[in-house]
Design a protein around this ligand. Structure first.
Ligand code: NAD
Length: 268
């Protein structure tokens, strides 16, 4: 079947859906994290941006400078999400700076060039599990504690992947880590639901991003696109829009869910 060129519609008008919220985003200087930060700010939230990379954080600050009142509505913190003391410290800092914690998007993650499990070094495995998975455990633990004691409930969104729902040849460690996020989301959703704390995972397939391009060779990406009914990879705002919805009160009866954001990809 021939594909047709279509014109994408612009993102929906901003509806101030996160007015009054304080949000914390890890990996906030990354491709998806930064777009989500922008969207959250435009929707009225105050945002704490966490990232390991100081230079990327500085670039993120410049990139967001066009948003009104951005200085007073943001807090930039360089921290390592795989460290428990650092995670506890940035959650405490977020709460003491802004006085609340309503939404958390745990976006920090690490991928790698496709490699057979037969050739995957255990040090790479450990690193991938730490950045994608240990960080989620620590983030849910400390953000969950803060939300419980603040007493306003909250929404925690975990950045899984299509690789957290299906086989991803050459990405065993990444896939294991992203599958594990379902375990955290489902179990913690059960434990924390009585405090009004919701947990959901999102599962993007390919996002037009450096991470995707460095993980999959162009030829394979082109072949994979034939399995995407919408015949394009996601743009960062496609992902940020879903995260914003899950953070908003419009999603207040959604917890433990797994949301594919993949253009209807046909998995095989
Ligand atoms: N890009 C895609 O195609 C895609 C598809 C599916 C899922 N995802 C997932 O979405 C998330 C975001 O992806 P992205 O494309 O924005 O990636 P990215 O590489 O652009 O951003 C990740 C950010 O995490 C930060 N980070 C890495 N290790 C850290 C640590 N130890 N402590 C704190 N920060 C750390 C990096 O500095 C970077 O800014 C990831 O979890 C990724 O696995 C991405």
């Amino acid at each position: 079947m021939d594909s047709t060129t279509i014109t994408l519609r612009p993102p929906s008008a901003i509806a101030n859906r996160l007015a009054g919220q304080v949000a914390l985003i890890t990996g906030a200087a990354g491709f998806i994290g930064l777009e989500t930060t922008r969207r959250f700010l435009q929707e009225g939230a105050r945002v704490v941006l966490i990232d390991l990379d100081e230079e990327k954080l500085a670039r993120a600050k410049t990139a967001l400078a066009d948003i009104s009142n951005v200085e007073e509505n943001t807090l930039f913190v360089r921290a390592d999400v795989t460290s428990e003391p650092e995670t506890q410290a940035f959650v405490d800092q977020a709460v003491s700076h802004f006085g609340r914690l309503d939404s958390v998007f745990l976006s920090a993650g690490l991928s790698y060039s496709r490699t057979s499990i037969l050739e995957t070094d255990v040090d790479l495995y450990d690193k991938v599990m730490a950045v994608n998975c240990r960080s989620a455990f620590l983030g849910v633990k400390h953000c969950g504690r803060a939300m419980k004691s603040l007493g306003n409930g909250g929404s925690i969104i975990l950045a899984s992947s299509a690789s957290g729902l299906r086989a991803s040849r050459g990405m065993t460690a990444y896939s294991m880590a992203k599958f594990a996020l379902r375990g955290i989301a489902l179990t913690a959703a059960n434990e924390l639901g009585p405090y009004g704390i919701r947990l959901n995972t999102i599962h993007p397939s390919g996002v037009d991003s450096p991470m995707f391009e460095s993980s999959w060779p162009e030829e394979e990406r082109n072949a994979m696109l034939q399995n995407v009914p919408l015949r394009r990879w996601a743009q960062p705002n496609d992902i940020a829009a879903v995260i914003t919805f899950l953070a908003s009160n419009d999603a207040q009866y959604l917890t433990g869910g797994a949301y594919k954001v993949d253009g209807g990809s046909v998995y095989n």
